[in-house]
Design a protein around this ligand. Structure first.
Ligand SMILES: [Zn+2]
Length: 247
């Protein structure tokens, strides 16, 4: 059994390597079109949807039953609704960011937005590891992969703002760090009892579902239109299914 700290570090690694790789790719690719950014965001959304339904909700039911899964899901969606409503933050990936000159002033709001996005993903990884090492690894790898297109999207406005390559990669990598905090807390909370583990997996599912519906899919539609977005969601979902079958 891994310690909470080890799980937290692994969660941070999945976050930082994922978004950092996205930042690195975007540095070498040049300036992406908003259609491209939207399509890969939709891909990230598809991966996230398959994680929510194939892994998190299913495992929550397995560990603690339907009621706990539904209560956890409701809490996750409810809390993220309240945070979204009452806590001023900025999506890391909205298309208007790409044109923002005064981007740095929004730094705090943006960091908060990225933190809000990555925290429940870390929570999912941390709770997953308490369920089983296999589940934790599957979630860490899938969420890490899903972070690559998100890192590319975060890097786009930084590149447009004229940041150096090194700074772009460093900032996008750092954006994945809140996942480590989420993973540590997820592991600590889920260790309390199997019931709490199921609630926590359900909570992560609800929070991630909220983020997909509130940020990723709407932002993808704004940038890439419906058809490319649906293609992206489709490809991401298929990758998620293949991954689940493979592990
Ligand atoms: Zn994400």
């Amino acid at each position: 059994m891994m310690s909470w700290l080890e799980i937290g570090l692994l969660g941070m690694l999945a976050g930082v390597v994922g978004t950092g790789a996205g930042g690195l790719v975007s540095v070498f690719m040049g300036k992406p079109s908003s259609r491209f950014t939207g399509t890969i965001l939709a891909f990230a959304a598809g991966v996230m949807l398959s994680i929510v339904f194939l892994e998190l909700i299913e495992e929550a039911i397995d560990f603690s039953g339907y009621l706990a899964a539904i209560i956890g899901l409701s809490l996750g969606m409810g809390v993220f609704y309240l945070l979204d409503h009452y806590l001023p933050h900025h999506h890391p990936v909205t298309p208007e960011d790409i044109h923002l000159g005064g981007y740095l002033k929004k730094g705090t709001l943006l960091a908060l937005g990225i933190g809000l996005h990555n925290f429940p993903e870390g929570l999912a990884i941390g709770s997953g590891f308490i369920g089983s090492t296999e589940l934790g690894i599957t979630l860490a790898v899938l969420i890490g992969l899903h972070n690559i297109p998100e890192g590319m999207a975060v890097a786009a406005p930084l590149r447009a703002g004229g940041y150096s390559y090194l700074k772009v990669v460093a900032i996008t990598a750092l954006a994945g760090a809140p996942m480590g905090v989420g993973a540590f807390i997820g592991a600590a909370i889920s260790s309390i009892s199997p019931l709490v583990l199921g609630l926590s997996l359900g909570f992560a599912a609800g929070a991630m579902l909220y983020i997909v519906c509130d940020e990723l899919i709407p932002d993808a539609y704004k940038s890439a239109g419906a058809h490319l977005s649906i293609l992206g969601i489709f490809c991401g979902t298929v990758l998620g299914i293949l991954f689940t079958a493979w592990f």
